[in-house]
Write a protein that binds this ligand. Sequence first.
Ligand SMILES: [Zn+2]
Length: 510
Amino acid sequence: MIVAKSQGHGSYRAQSIRSWLHAFLISKKLPLHRYGQYHSSILNDEDFSDAIKLHLQSVSQKEGHFKAQDLVDFIASPEMQQRLDEAGIHKRSISVWTARRWLKRLDWRFGPRKNGMYVDGHEQEDVVAYHAAFVKRWLEEYEPRMVAYDNDGNPVKNPEGYVLEGKYRGQPFRIILVTHDESTFYANDRRKVGWLHKSATGKPQAKGEGESIMVSDFLTMEWGRLSHEDQEARLLFRAGKNRDGWFSSDDLLIQVDRAIDIFEAKTNGFAVALFLFDNAPSHQKRAADALSARKMVKNPKQGWTHHPGGPRMRNGQLPSGDTQEFYYLDDHSTMPGWFKGMEQILRERGLWRDGLLAQCPGFKCEAGRTDCCCRRILFLQPDFANQKSALEELVESRGRICDFYPKYHCELNFIEMYWGAAKFRYRITAKTSNIDEMEANVKACLDDFLLLMNLYRYANRAARFISAYHGGLTGADLNWVNKPYRGHRILPASMIAEVKASIEQFSAKK
Ligand SMILES: [Zn+2]
């Protein structure tokens, strides 16, 4: 503590120094991680890099994208200047060139804008509503069932059990959060074209960027990486032509199935896993036989399936609650085993009207209309609207809880901080064009125990964000939460009020 204080840092710094000393005593070598070099090293300060991420997220939510100049301007803003001042940094403006380097370090890549980055007004509303519902689920259904730890890993709260009802009936009371994500390590830097955060790109990287290794893994606060004896949930994937191909949503299903086995072997039924995934389109993919009105034909058709060559669509549900078959019986006189078509499906549901089109031109139905065409009506039917993703169906079929983080909020997934720290280490390993060496380097970084020791802190930080959102703090305001309250996992209303008051004071001073 004395060492840290004399350098003008708080207890967090004391904790890192303590961790370093531990590491040093165990491994007899100092960790790679270093503070004190300005510029990119300040990015290792999570509060600082989070402030940047949150700001740029809000810019790109408004504008659809942002420019490197936005980062330059943000660094020049009074709140960031104050932050740099507190960190004892004297050179306080950055060039566009430095901004680009920082963006790369923060996992943003300059590239053609992908569809995912465009957020139209309607989607924006859905995103906001989802975010609020997630925060509510977290605070009311998940958090009370989790053991809370302080940043050093000492349990500070044991869940107090009550009888589980409804959708959680039959589960053990205790929840262990198992957070998932994928991240890619690159041998070389990539060629450039707007900055996108890596979470915005759904597609694997194009060739010509050097070798890359994708890691898909699960972290828990309790045990770090999810593994048991010689089994581990982590998957390393060499993407590309002549490599392992691309990591598909089916590959993820196989991995998740194995992760559940490992979780079971480890817990033996004393806790239920809450699997949390990124809200990526590939994670929302439905099973091949899932309900979908997207490609349905209006008239009966022999051999129709949603995916050409795929399985028949599963049964739907009539408004009465009875099962609805979408295919005629095999002994039907004229259309044995044919797909019924949307018209007949709607007739059986009592929803058919003469003159209904299969769909409005381009399926661009008038805003707010719910009964304009066959496809829109079916699309809004409860069984179609509530169709779950394949991932959710798999996890739930095995009696676990499955949920998805809100879009554009990677600060809520604590594995992101782990990736960031691992990449920082990776970037200073020797550059190699040998993929086996590269893989060994990536693994060594991911297994760095110093980094795994920080998981409690990462997870508490993510949980703190969630409770701050609940208290009504948003975007850039959240930056204010981290420093003074870093010891807390949940922020009581009184603290959130304090934060709000200090923001108001600060804004008034400006
Ligand atoms: Zn329509």
